[in-house]
Design a protein around this ligand. Structure first.
Ligand code: AMP
Ligand code: ZN
Length: 498
């Protein structure tokens, strides 16, 4: 099998992927914080990892894909003190924090399904793993990399950095990182400016709190991912992923926690996806420039010229490599809509061509070689750091060839039977399984129309032969399915939903 190269943020280069256990992949991706709807930027990250997951499945790996749900511990502004995002929203909506969590988890799943993202194999929640997080904090304390102040436990970054480079993931020295932080004030409990909370003491009015060796409290945001990835994938696993915005703090702290607890770096490959931007600015909940997927599907947003289907949006994202920024625009989405339609047309033509008899030796050897190269290029591009954009470029080069074979402009037999089989298989597998595209309802409606016209034709022929048993059967059984056939005066037959 050809090498798969992955750009590894940890080494800052493309590394050949070698799994810890041959044939198996352990992958952890930071999931959503479920206190509000996911916006399209979040979706880009989850779609990018869905493609990576699907590609490993295509390669035959047995994958354990863990993507968590953050339902506790994530504080306002990603800080160590203040209200958590769930409690704040719960007060605002007059609900229990767990009702907030339930509402937005269900919404998240619905959006993932609309985009045809496969569910992860494990989807653990922070609240379901409080004891694992407490155990980890105890361990880090015992190893001497944390300290407790009045019920809150902090990670001691400077002490850790004496032994291991804290800024390893983003290649920054401690001094540089310190420059970017504010001086500690007299009332601060932390010893060092970069120290972060592993466990946070809860005020009595705090809605979500649990008992711990340090009193009532709740976990810091970073420890949940370390505890859950360790539990389900082992202390060291293959791939850890998330959006680029998480590398500098959340992921940097995850590495420090795992090293301080188990003396091992958690993941061998770190994959970071780039941001979806709107007019050049990162789409984010706090900036208020986020489209909700629902707004896209209805077109109900001032920045949207029309509605776009989930598959158009998914395809729009696949046209750009996951490590490049992607700027939202109506023009790009409209172009994606047309492009995707062209691919499905080529796909339908391929299916029509499958029944033809082809020779072992192609009539046009040069074309045959070219088609093979383009199809082989699908895997080559994905093996080069999951370059979906390049795969699509090859598919678009193949599209006119497929259409011309179907239309007769290229004579049948120009390519060999085996080349056609290779093209047919890979085009289908990539479109549906690797890229996870499915035909929109527009496509389904087109097919329904085709099937009904066929039935109407068969009924007409039956009537012409005075075979009223068959013609009545067609009409009555369609009727039972809620489809009404109407014989028009001009002899035509129309149909409608009853
Ligand atoms: P959150 O729910 O804010 O914790 O974010 C969930 C995931 O979405 C994280 O992996 C973020 O890095 C990612 N993310 C947030 N904003 C964007 C964006 N504008 N483009 C792409 N990914 C994003
Ligand atoms: Zn995380």
């Amino acid at each position: 099998m050809a090498d798969l190269k992955i750009y590894n943020s940890l080494t800052r280069k493309k590394d050949v992927f070698t799994p810890i256990t041959p044939g198996h992949l352990g992958m952890y991706v930071c999931g959503p914080t479920v206190y509000s709807d996911v916006h399209l930027g979040n979706c880009r990250t989850f779609i990018s990892f869905d493609i990576i997951y699907r590609y490993f499945l295509y390669l035959g790996y047995k994958v354990r894909y863990v993507r968590n749900i953050t339902d506790a511990g994530h504080l306002e502004g990603d800080r160590d003190e203040g209200d958590d995002k769930f409690s704040k929203k719960a007060r605002l909506e007059q609900l229990e924090p767990m009702e907030i969590v339930q509402k937005y988890t269900l919404g998240f799943h619905k959006v993932m399904e609309l985009f045809n993202n496969l569910p992860p194999t494990i989807e653990p929640t922070a609240t379901g793993h409080i004891s694992e997080q407490i155990e980890m904090v105890k361990h880090i304390l015992k190893n001497g990399y944390a300290y407790e102040v009045d019920g809150t436990v902090y990670f001691d970054v400077e002490k850790y950095n004496k032994e291991k480079p804290y800024g390893i993931l983003t290649n920054r020295k401690l001094e540089e990182l310190l420059e970017g932080t504010r001086e500690l004030g007299g009332q601060d409990e932390k010893k060092g400016r970069l120290d972060f909370a592993l466990w946070i003491k809860a005020k009595p009015e705090h809605l979500m709190q649990w008992p711990s060796p340090w009193g009532m409290g709740f976990p810091g945001w970073h420890i949940e991912c370390s505890a859950m990835s360790g539990k389900y994938l082992g202390t060291q696993f293959d791939i850890h992923g998330g959006g680029m915005d998480l590398a500098a703090t959340h992921h940097t702290n995850e590495i420090a926690q795992s090293e301080a607890c188990y003396n091992v770096s958690p993941a061998r490959y770190w994959i970071h996806t780039n941001m979806l931007t709107v007019n050049g600015a990162r789409m984010s909940k706090s900036a208020g420039n986020g489209f909700l997927p629902g707004e896209l599907f209805t077109g109900d947003h001032p920045l949207l010229e029309k509605a776009y289907s989930p598959m158009t949006v998914r395809f729009f994202m696949l046209q750009t490599h996951y490590r490049s920024t992607l700027d939202f625009s109506n023009e790009a989405l409209q172009a994606a809509e047309k492009g995707l339609k062209r691919l499905w047309e080529a796909y339908q033509n391929l299916k029509q061509l499958s029944s033809q008899q082809l020779p072992d030796t192609p009539a046009d050897a040069a074309l045959d070689v070219r088609v093979r190269e383009l199809v082989k290029g699908f895997d080559d591009s994905m093996n080069d750091d999951f370059n979906t954009a390049k795969v699509l470029a090859n598919m678009f080069e193949l599209t006119p060839v497929i259409n011309s074979l179907r239309g007769g402009q290229i004579p049948p037999g120009s390519i060999s039977r085996s080349t056609f089989a290779f093209l047919n298989k890979q085009f289908t597998v990539y479109l549906k399984d690797v890229f996870g595209l499915r035909e929109d309802s527009a496509g389904d409606n087109g097919r329904l129309e085709g099937v009904l016209q066929l039935l109407i034709q068969i009924r007409k022929e039956a009537r012409a032969k005075r075979d009223f048993v068959t013609s009545d059967k067609i009409r009555n059984e369609l009727n039972e399915q809620g489809i009404i056939l109407k014989d028009e005066k001009d002899g035509n037959v129309s149909w409608s939903f009853g």
